[in-house]
Design a protein around this ligand. Structure first.
Ligand SMILES: *Cc1c(COP(=O)(O)O)cnc(C)c1O
Length: 374
């Protein structure tokens, strides 16, 4: 059996005709950038997340930049985030001229540990930027309480959490702003690049709309120097076609996850844990195993494709060397980086395929556990 890591064709094939209709509509109207298709998607996505406003952008990284920039976070400011994330989270902080400050994560949820945040707050701290890693939210009530107490903004990096929930509220609806990526492989993906910010703050939404379009709300009137971070008309249309299917796709991911979790119980494979506060939508299904490199190689030989999210924590990346963090600064993130392994996970994956993957993962990891014990 050959199991790919992801397969987007399974979800896209049945929608082909609707995508072609979007192409024809956009071509007909010549609304290639922003325009009605993007506006309709913004309204639909705001409703889905349960907020007043959605401002789309060119990708998830620029969505984060727009949120930070519109909150006037810049040079001299610090933003607290986590080291076990995709580099875009920290890059957005750097891009607005602020400094990323890392705190370690909780060993069970893999998300920002509220107990470690206060020690990292300084007079320069302006915001908390937790990441809802792999599709499960951080402990948002605890983080919101810290933010409130210290007068900080809470910004959610929800780029892996479309449809995930925290105590019944959708990811992206709890903080002042929620930032999403529609990179094709995300749970809701464009057929190209895309991003969005969700918020209940009308003034913030207005500022982000302005910044994404050259600091302008009316053509050739520029209130501030901005950017070109606009979404393409076609991507808005494609996303509008896909959005009604998101919950069903997330449900399929949860079913694959429940097969995996059942098979990994009472084995040496450490399965992800769905926290009591939330609903995990398994953007990635990540286990911990002993001798990860060997397990990954043997799975590859058995036809099971896997990934690593992420093998090097950000504080140990060359790009962030200047921040001066030594190895050992964030023991939970560092330990996870050596043990994590992402398994195949996508809507349309068959139960048989999931059973096969699970059996091979257990087999390979038990061999390595036995080897480690010798
Ligand atoms: C994908 C991702 C981003 C960046 O999104 P792009 O659309 O690729 O720019 C940011 N943060 C996290 C956690 C992501 O997974």
């Amino acid at each position: 059996m050959n199991i790919p890591f992801v397969d987007l064709s399974a979800i896209h094939k049945p929608l082909t005709e609707e995508f072609v209709a979007v192409f024809h509509r956009v071509l007909e109207r010549s609304c290639f950038v922003l325009g009605p298709e993007v506006q309709e998607f913004e309204a639909a996505f705001a409703k889905y997340v349960g907020v007043e406003h959605c401002v789309t952008s060119s990708n998830g990284t620029t969505a984060l930049q727009l949120a930070l920039g519109a909150l006037n976070i810049g040079p001299g400011d610090e933003v607290i985030t986590v080291p076990n994330t995709f580099i875009a989270t920290a890059e957005a902080v750097s891009a607005v001229g602020a400094k990323p400050v890392f705190v370690d994560v909780d060993p069970v949820s893999y998300n920002m540990d509220p107990a470690k945040v206060e020690a990292a707050i300084t007079p320069r701290t302006r915001a908390l930027l937790p990441v809802h890693l792999y599709g499960q939210t951080a402990d948002l009530d605890a983080l919101a309480e810290i933010a409130r107490k210290h007068g900080l903004f809470l910004i959610e990096d929800a780029c892996q959490a479309h449809g995930s929930e925290y105590r019944g509220r959708k990811a992206g609806s709890v903080g002042i702003a929620g930032c999403f990526s529609f990179y094709p492989g995300k749970n809701l993906g464009a057929l190209g690049e895309g991003g969005a910010i969700t918020t209940n703050d009308a003034a913030l939404a207005q500022k982000m709309r302005m910044l994404r379009d050259h600091g302008s709300l009316r053509k050739y009137e520029h209130a501030v120097p901005g950017f070109n971070y606009r979404m393409e008309g076609m991507q808005g249309g494609f996303l509008r076609v896909k959005l009604p299917h998101l919950d069903g796709w997330n449900q399929q991911r949860r079913e694959i996850a429940s097969i995996y979790c059942a098979r990994f119980a009472n084995t040496g494979v450490v399965a992800p844990k769905e926290m009591a506060y939330g609903k995990h939508i398994y953007h990635l299904y990540v286990v911990q195993v002993e001798n990860r490199e060997t397990v990954q190689k043997e799975l590859g030989a058995a036809g099971v494709a896997t990934g690593l999210h992420y093998p090097v924590p950000l504080h140990l990346q060359q790009a962030y060397k200047e921040l001066g963090y030594a190895e050992g600064s964030f023991p939970v993130s560092e330990k996870l980086a050596k043990r994590i392994l992402s398994l195949p996970m996508y809507p349309g994956m068959s139960a048989d395929a999931a059973e096969y993957v699970a059996a091979k993962v257990v087999e390979c990891s038990e061999l390595q556990l036995a080897a480690a014990a010798r």
